[in-house]
Write a protein that binds this ligand. Structure first.
Ligand SMILES: Cc1cc2nc3c(=O)[nH]c(=O)nc-3n(C[C@H](O)[C@H](O)[C@H](O)COP(=O)(O)OP(=O)(O)OC[C@H]3O[C@@H](n4cnc5c(N)ncnc54)[C@H](O)[C@@H]3O)c2cc1C
Length: 387
């Protein structure tokens, strides 16, 4: 393994790969990415639902989406890897007065930033997704440029393009220490040796707090388990009972969501009882609660069987906004953490912004809402659309 690098990135998920790619695009090519697993994308990135949307509740996150989706749309041409991006839209179903009020305000915000979002009644929402039952739905929002993409494709695309430009990626290497001198980073220690470096990027996803501790920096990120279930539809997919497109449907008040996945249906829902854990064992006793909501919205699921399920970890920050930028207390230590369940889709813009900050360039976007220093100051309006 190299014994020195200009930048060491800890973590080979979509974030670490995006930072590596964008650094090389800025001419910083002596970059070493260290991933402790045998494969890249083995953390949260490999367990996510692939959802990509413009529909967020804060200007900062909407801006991350606008930039990220632009790159995802031209990913194959620009980064050189296919990502199976289906822009069949995201449909949010709203059943409470409170949600309707919040979404009305946020649709105005999204439109003011140039996002084409439709406000729909229940009947119009029902027509967008075959088999959807809209009983009790008061209103809905739909953005046709939202969609589903392949997290592995995005991660491998960024990683391969970074390697082609000179970055080095080492797998099966765990970072075990971060050495500092006079308030700045000087080296990382890893299971295959020591690497001298003035810059370390914490791209450790749900393990960000642990990697922060190696440098003596408190990174307020908690791992929260989330499940995904895949329903097999008996026989050939019945396009009269389930959507034929990849439209993502989100029942906002319950957080139940689904989209077509191959011949079946992928679905999930948040469990408010979850507390921080690194345990990703599937809690099968949670499934009946999900099914109770699921069959109300997509009755075809009543006759389906669960072909498989997995659990992954959301990397939650205190305000559900990402943490992007230099750690306030340690020079040379940069954070790209806390994406709170929507990091895959923001990895293109987040990686670009962090690369600019490392390179000393103006990121061209207000980074205050992402500032690692914000938790010691007055609270910032957090993200409301966490599903
Ligand atoms: C069930 C589920 C569904 C989701 N659905 C969506 C979705 O639809 N859309 C969306 O945008 N996002 C979604 N997400 C969130 C998204 O997956 C994450 O925000 C994103 O993957 C975070 O990427 P990351 O690179 O920061 O973290 P990770 O992918 O977890 O990568 C961190 C890496 O760091 C490595 N690492 C940790 N410690 C060390 C160390 N000491 N040394 C070396 N390596 C180390 C880990 O092995 C890991 O590979 C979902 C997440 C889950 C769990």
């Amino acid at each position: 393994m190299k014994s020195a690098a200009d930048v060491v990135i800890v973590g080979g998920g979509c974030m670490g790969a995006s930072v590596a790619y964008h650094l090389t695009r800025r001419g910083i090519t002596n970059v070493l990415l260290l991933e402790r697993e045998t494969l890249l994308g083995a953390g949260s990135t490999g367990r996510n639902a692939g959802g990509v949307r413009h529909q967020f509740s804060t200007e900062a996150n909407i801006r991350l989406s606008i930039e990220s989706i632009r790159l995802l749309e031209r990913f194959a041409d620009e980064v050189g890897h296919s990502i199976d991006f289906h822009q069949d839209g995201y449909l949010f179903l709203l059943s409470s007065d409170r949600s309707v009020e919040v979404f009305q305000k946020n649709v105005a915000l999204q439109r003011s930033l140039g996002v084409d979002v439709q406000w729909l009644d229940a009947a119009a929402a029902g027509r967008l997704a075959t088999g959807l039952d809209v009983a009790g739905v008061a209103a809905a929002t739909f953005c046709a440029r939202d969609g589903i993409a392949d997290p592995n494709g995005v991660t491998m695309g960024f990683a391969k393009a970074a390697q082609a430009a000179g970055a080095t990626i080492e797998r099966d290497v765990e970072v075990t220490g971060i050495r500092t001198r006079d308030g700045r980073v000087v080296a990382v220690e890893a299971t295959r040796g020591r690497v001298e470096t003035p810059v370390v990027v914490n791209a450790a996803g749900p393990w960000a707090r642990q990697v922060g501790r190696l440098a003596g920096v408190d990174v307020p990120v908690d791992p929260i388990r989330r499940h995904i279930f895949i329903a097999a539809l008996d026989g050939a997919p019945d396009t009269a009972r389930v959507p034929s497109t990849h439209i993502m449907v989100i029942d906002f008040d319950t957080t139940f969501y689904f989209h077509r996945e191959g011949a079946g249906v992928l679905f999930g829902m948040g469990d408010p009882r979850e507390t921080p854990t690194y345990d990703t064992t599937v809690q099968w006793d949670f499934l009946p609660q999900v099914i109770e909501v699921a069959v109300q919205r997509l009755p075809a699921l009543a006759a389906a069987s669960i072909s498989h399920a997995w659990a992954g970890l959301y990397e939650m920050s205190p305000d559900a906004n990402p943490i992007i930028g230099p750690a306030p207390s340690l020079e040379g230590f940069f954070l790209i953490n806390g994406f709170s369940g929507h990091g895959f889709q923001h990895s293109p813009a987040a990686g670009r912004i962090l690369a600019d900050l490392i390179a000393g360039r103006d990121p061209g976007i207000d980074t205050t809402p992402f500032s690692p220093a914000r938790f010691s100051a007055a609270p910032i309006a957090g993200e409301r659309y966490v599903v």
